[in-house]
Design a protein around this ligand. Structure first.
Ligand code: NDP
Length: 434
């Protein structure tokens, strides 16, 4: 806390994990002996750099770029790039720290990292996005590589941006090194099903939670926040499995469609037109739009899936969800519930799927993309989807087992933190002090 006092998001993420690890340290004195906790909260390195680029009016703009390389104990640093005006060192560090344990949980050989910039892509032309991505990669390239650090997309970074970033990396390096970035378009090294992976994976994870409780998706009412990559493909899979999704949102407000969301309309607004979610009511007059984001959690539902951003559910929103009878909450976004909200869910016996476990499907398929790139082959959509489903099943099983083993049965927060941590801690001991 003394060293990172001003980094509230990072401290929040560390606190959540450390609280879960208390029973592990009671049973494993070797982790204390090797000073694992002090070592694991200090990133291997943080790179921060100037990104200067020219806008369409030929004005020179300056943003700040970051790459946090937190831990490569299990494999090359791996984690997305976020382009959003709120990006700062604390947010980069919290995301990279969480990524270590999430990546370890997938069972794939990938370490933890994260990066991005305070660049705001909203309202920028396609040429401006391209020039920004090229300027960003002109510095980033020297810090990454297929066996070193493999970035991917996150908020504000999708297939288009990954394409521009990869193009610039290739020009600088003078070589195709497809495994340096994931989330590429399938035409030049991308994996089928990567775009769908986080949303589908989240729903597969919730499916395991429901199955374990003797339930299914049939006739369940679901609220999903966000309308980006994670939200859209979560909604697609939920509808496929028979659930009724009644709401989604963007950073301005949320829509409520009591008959069930028309996903074709959401895709048209967000993926084709890049418009605001409020225009949904132009296509579906029976739906309503409400300005502001918090109110989405007052819609009664059986399952709530926050898929927008960090800290979108506070204690009050969590209590409202509980009062309205929510049975399952699972996190598609990273750290969308604050600590108070998590405690409200756990105290009220809501089945709670934490981000680290529930949204690990995206990075898991990124690791499958790396595997395809290094083997120079392509797997079919169904092959990747099947592997994703199996990975989500085993993340659930391992998290559940760890929670039971360490005396907190049913608590997947504790279970996933422990299951992810133990592999990394053992690796740190095996690889020696550094
Ligand atoms: P997108 O940029 O595709 O979508 C983000 C969505 O969240 C948009 O609808 C956006 O609205 C909304 N949003 C952003 N900021 C806020 C805010 N402050 N308040 C309310 N809504 C907001 O991102 P993704 O779908 O890729 O990512 C969503 C979350 O999932 C993030 O936490 C990300 O880290 C996490 N995640 C993503 C993975 C992936 O594979 N994409 C993998 C694992 C986790 P608007 O359009 O108005 O900005």
């Amino acid at each position: 806390k003394q060293k990172n006092g001003h980094q509230s998001e990072f401290l929040q993420a560390v606190e959540e994990i450390f609280l879960s690890l208390v029973p592990v340290f009671e049973q494993h004195p070797e982790y204390i002996e090797h000073n694992i906790l002090s070592r694991i909260v200090e990133p291997d390195r943080i790179v921060s750099f100037r990104v200067a680029w020219q806008d369409d009016q030929n004005q020179v703009q300056v943003n700040r770029g970051y790459r946090v390389q937190f831990s490569n104990v299990v494999g090359p640093y791996k984690g997305g790039l976020r382009f959003h005006p709120t990006v700062n060192e604390s947010i980069m560090k919290f995301l990279a720290f969480e990524q270590i344990f999430k990546n370890s949980l997938t069972g794939q050989p990938i370490g933890g990292g994260k990066g991005g910039s305070d660049f705001n892509p909203k309202g920028k032309s396609n040429s401006e996005i391209m020039r920004f991505c090229q300027a960003f990669m002109t510095e980033l390239y020297r810090h990454i590589g297929p066996d070193v650090d493999v970035p991917a997309g996150d908020i504000g970074v999708g297939g288009r941006e990954i394409g521009y970033l990869y193009g610039q990396y290739k020009r600088i390096r003078g070589a195709h090194e497809a495994g340096v970035l994931t989330g590429k378009t399938p035409g030049f090294g991308g994996s089928l099903a990567r775009k769908e992976a986080t949303g589908y994976g989240l729903v597969y994870f919730v499916g395991e939670m429901l199955r374990d409780a003797g339930e299914s998706f049939l006739n369940k009412t679901v609220v999903v926040s966000g309308s980006g990559n994670v939200a859209i493909y979560a909604i697609e899979k939920l509808q496929h499995l028979g659930a009724k999704v009644v709401s989604c949102s963007d950073s301005n407000g949320y829509i409520y469609d009591p008959e069930g969301i028309d996903l074709k309309v959401v895709k048209e607004i967000k993926e084709v037109k890049g418009d605001r979610i409020k225009t949904y009511v132009d296509y579906r007059p029976n739906a309503t739009y409400t300005e502001g984001c918090n109110g989405i959690w007052s819609i009664p539902c059986d399952i709530a899936l926050p898929c927008a951003t960090q800290n979108e559910i506070d204690g009050d929103s969590a209590r409202t969800l509980v009062e309205n009878g929510v049975k399952v909450v699972a996190e598609g976004a990273n750290m969308p519930s604050n600590l108070e909200a998590i405690n409200v869910f756990l105290d009220n016996k809501v089945l709670f799927g934490p981000a680290k476990a529930a949204n690990a499907g995206g990075v898991a398929v990124s690791a499958l993309e790396m595997a395809q790139n290094s083997g120079r082959n392509y797997w079919s959509f169904n092959e990747v989807d099947e592997k994703l489903h199996n990975i989500m099943r085993s993340i659930f099983a391992e998290s559940k087992e760890a929670a039971e083993k360490y005396g907190q049965p049913g608590n997947l927060v504790v279970g996933s933190n422990i299951a992810g941590f133990v592999k990394v801690a053992n690796g740190m001991i095996s690889e020696g002090v550094y």
